[in-house]
Design a protein around this ligand. Structure first.
Ligand code: MG
Length: 276
């Protein structure tokens, strides 16, 4: 495997996970080999996902199990970590009610946020945080809505409508946020995930690389590519996730490159479409 010359000028590769490395439990062909090649070339690689179901440490284990040679917690930026970071930098004495999974709870507790997960109607919390929750119940939505209506802050990990799994698209955190917003009449005051640039900003603060030398690779136009554009970095859209080739007509905000899959950055062929 060799890196195509077009991509060799980048030093920091920000790689989305769902729809780029894998779909659910299924690895995408050549994705892990491509990551290992970038690492062996001495490129900086970070993993940036809107998915909040796992903690950063669990993502490290998952990436290692998938075959990534070397990966550390500092290379993982997910919306659970980003939201925890945001709360720790902006608020004190926080008690958060979580509509979300273990990864979100873990990241919040790592920064000292007290968390409540059990949906009792009489609980007290001054922030409601919402991420993907595959054990969502009506009661959880009801408690979140009650707290928000009583004046709690309302933060979301992301508003992705869907998430690509091995069998197709499944509801994403955005569908849960919508339910809570519809009932409460309020929208989240802060959204940690892409297309917000917060995770990219955190990453660029940690990695001292000029913006022209940063490439974000993702599968969603409305999150990955939009965030890259807002942050002023180049982007490559892969077609192994949510976006289909028929979605690419008359794009208002095209990515810098469109490639079939992550491993296409090693192909000697030119990227599928290339906007210079
Ligand atoms: Mg994705």
């Amino acid at each position: 495997m060799r890196l195509n010359n077009v991509f060799d000028r980048y030093e920091l590769f920000i790689v989305d996970l769902d729809g780029v490395l894998w779909r659910g439990n299924e690895l995408i062909d050549g994705s892990i080999e491509t990551i290992n090649m970038l690492i062996s070339l001495g490129k900086s690689v970070v993993f940036m996902t809107n998915n909040s179901t796992k903690s950063r440490a669990t993502y490290v284990d998952t990436l290692k199990e998938a075959g990534v040679n070397e990966v550390y917690v500092e290379q993982v930026y997910n919306s659970a970590y980003a939201l925890a970071k945001y709360i720790s930098e902006t608020k004190k004495r926080v008690r958060a009610f979580i509509v979300g999974e273990e990864g979100l709870r873990r990241e919040l507790e790592l920064v000292g946020v007290k968390t409540v997960c059990k949906p009792y109607l009489n609980i007290k919390a001054n922030i409601v945080v919402v991420g993907l929750d595959r054990k969502l119940t009506y009661r959880k939505i009801a408690v979140a809505v009650k707290l928000i209506m009583e004046g709690s802050k309302y933060y979301a990990c992301n508003t992705d409508a869907t998430i690509p799994l091995e069998y197709g698209l499944a509801p994403g955190a955005g569908s849960i946020v919508s339910a809570i917003s519809t009932a409460s009449g309020r929208e989240p005051e802060f959204i940690a995930g892409k297309p917000n640039t917060y995770m990219i900003d955190l990453c660029l603060r940690d990695y001292n690389v000029e913006r022209e030398k940063v490439l974000l690779i993702g599968d969603r136009l409305d999150t990955d590519i939009k965030a890259a554009r807002r942050a002023g970095i180049d982007s490559a859209l892969v077609l192994t996730g949510v976006t289909r080739i028929e979605d690419l007509k008359n794009l208002e905000n095209p990515p810098t490159y469109i490639i079939k899959s992550l491993s296409s950055i090693c192909s000697t062929a030119k990227p599928l479409r290339y906007y210079s």
